[in-house]
Design a binder for this molecule. Structure first.
Ligand code: TIU
Length: 224
């Protein structure tokens, strides 16, 4: 399989093998992208997280076309909250968005509820991996690392929400596990654009201390 080079990435060209690369779509759930969900109840404007849905859709289509492994993650907890740290529960309640509380889309951030589901536009296809995670990072208390190793994956292309929280935590976990990471600037979002910009800068500074960033279009083009 050929090696692809993205000349447009920061801080320098990102080189990857499609057969050793996974697209990881992080937490594109109703709870972060739909009215009445966890994100909005925390006091955020969800227009930024909604705006990346069509961008991710294009990237996902290109990844499917090129045969990349696709991983979807969902943040959420068991109905009895046994996998939710008391600290996380306390802080969510204090903010008026208690994990497990009833909302317009069912219980907030609980597996199986409508709020927990991936937005309909980005529904996973058969054969794609879905990782249910209790934390911000996709590696903590999940099978993700074992699945990536089984598939001989060496590099991750990350998108989803939010840039500075679950995308960054997953990026950092992946770094410590030896994966090369590319984060898509226009296919990630935070509720506050300052958090988004700062989080992106943190990736490529110091010669790419956590990896690379790029706009989506060069990636889509390279996969065609
Ligand atoms: N998925 C994710 O980023 N979870 C969060 O709680 N993000 C916030 O920005 N709150």
């Amino acid at each position: 399989k050929p090696t692809l080079t993205l000349n447009e990435s920061l801080p320098y060209p990102f080189v990857f093998r499609p057969d050793r690369t996974a697209l990881v779509v992080i937490d594109m759930q109703n709870d972060f992208c739909a009215p009445g969900g966890f994100g909005e109840r925390l006091g955020n404007d969800i227009s930024s997280t909604r705006s990346i849905i069509p961008v991710i859709s294009r990237v996902m289509a290109a990844a499917r076309f090129a045969g990349l492994m696709i991983v979807h993650t969902r943040e959420g907890h068991l109905p009895d909250l046994s996998d939710c740290p008391p600290s996380k529960l306390r802080r969510s309640r204090r903010q008026g968005a208690g994990i497990g509380d009833e909302g317009p889309m069912g219980r907030i951030l609980i597996r199986g509820e409508r709020g927990h589901a991936i937005v309909p536009e980005l529904t996973p296809e058969a054969g794609e991996i879905i990782i249910d995670k209790p934390g911000k990072g996709a590696f903590f208390q999940t099978d993700l690392q074992a699945i990536l190793e089984e598939n001989r994956i060496e590099a991750l292309i990350l998108c989803g929400v939010t840039t500075h929280v679950c995308v960054h935590t997953t990026l950092r976990e992946a770094n410590d596990r030896g994966y090369e990471c590319l984060v898509l600037e226009d296919a990630t979002a935070a509720f506050d654009p300052e958090d988004h910009a700062a989080a992106l800068r943190m990736i490529w500074q110091q010669g790419g201390i956590f990896g690379w960033t790029s706009m989506s279009e060069p990636v889509v083009k390279s996969l065609r």
